[in-house]
Design a protein around this ligand. Structure first.
Ligand SMILES: Nc1ncnc2c1ncn2[C@@H]1O[C@H](COP(=O)(O)OP(=O)(O)OP(=O)(O)O)[C@@H](O)[C@H]1O
Ligand SMILES: O=c1ccn([C@@H]2O[C@H](COP(=O)(O)O)[C@@H](O)[C@H]2O)c(=O)[nH]1
Length: 246
């Protein structure tokens, strides 16, 4: 059966940029990648593609390396960031492998050329692939040090004209404080970009929020561990927290 390349009338979005946390890929392991987590993510993504939503993915690298942590341990920051971006490339390859095992057609594009392994990022080609129903995985972040993959997700989201950035994390939304360390933190259903910035809510870095604010790209933060969550969001469900303009 041919793949749907246009979302159905009931879907809220035609094209989304899904930001997947690198840290989440650790799953039950101590470090690295748990293929079972990737397989679960592939099932979720398949459900989204199945209702005709075009999916771009930016994947983090926190399960392997973060430049800031390497720098705190004494390494040169730019070298650490380069290692972090290479980590996202490994995660991108693992994601493609999981998607292919689930028969989901996909492409991996890297901001840093790595000929013979993945394609170099090309916006126009990515748009064509998305329109054709392929899932496009963008890796190596922005290609520049001192950024994060949250910023890369917002940047690619703007470039590909996504309707929303879906930030999948291990918490179920944006809280008044980090819910992992503060049990008294309360959850917001909806926030404006300026509220996130003024209250310095740490779920995403501030550069990413500024980018989305300046280009009016909504962000939904939600817990990826809930089965069926992506499809539910695309069909109008109010999972997690929505960040948008006032
Ligand atoms: N106000 C807040 N509301 C919700 N979460 C928060 C808040 N402040 C900090 N956090 C933390 O932010 C984390 C979200 O980060 P997540 O691991 O999803 O992204 P990331 O750092 O971009 O991932 P990675 O680098 O692994 O790709 C949550 O797990 C939570 O502990
Ligand atoms: O544009 C970018 C994106 C990422 N990095 C480096 O990669 C790691 C991993 O990304 P996370 O967003 O933390 O998952 C990040 O810590 C940076 O060191 C980068 O340099 N530029």
């Amino acid at each position: 059966m041919p793949k749907p390349t246009q979302s159905t009338a009931q879907t809220r979005y035609n094209r989304v940029l899904l930001k997947l946390s690198g840290e989440a890929l650790i799953g039950e392991h101590e470090f690295g990648i748990d293929p079972k987590v990737l397989d679960r993510m592939a099932v979720e993504i398949d459900a989204l593609v199945g209702i005709g939503v075009q999916v771009g993915i930016v994947i983090g690298g926190g399960n392997l390396f973060r430049g800031a942590a390497l720098s705190e341990a004494g390494m040169d920051r730019v070298t650490g960031d380069h290692m972090g971006m290479l980590a996202t490339m490994m995660n991108g390859l693992a994601m493609r492998d999981a998607l292919e095992r689930s028969n989901i057609q996909s492409r991996v594009m890297s901001a840093i050329p790595m000929s013979g392994i993945v394609e170099h990022y090309d916006r126009r080609e990515a748009m064509r692939d998305l329109k054709g129903g392929d899932v496009v995985v963008f890796c190596a972040g922005t290609g520049n040090p001192f950024f994060t993959t949250d910023s890369a997700a917002c940047l690619r989201g703007i470039e590909i004209d996504a309707d929303v950035v879906l930030k999948a994390t291990k918490v179920d939304g944006v809280y008044s404080d980090d819910p992992v360390t503060n049990p008294d933190a309360f959850k917001y259903e909806r926030l404006t970009y300026d509220e996130v910035l003024e209250r310095r809510l740490g779920v995403m870095d501030l550069t990413a929020i500024c980018l989305c604010r300046d280009h009016n790209l909504p962000v939904r933060v939600f817990n990826m561990n809930k089965p069926g969550v992506l499809k539910q969001i695309a069909l109008g469900g109010d999972e997690g927290t929505l960040i948008e303009e006032a």
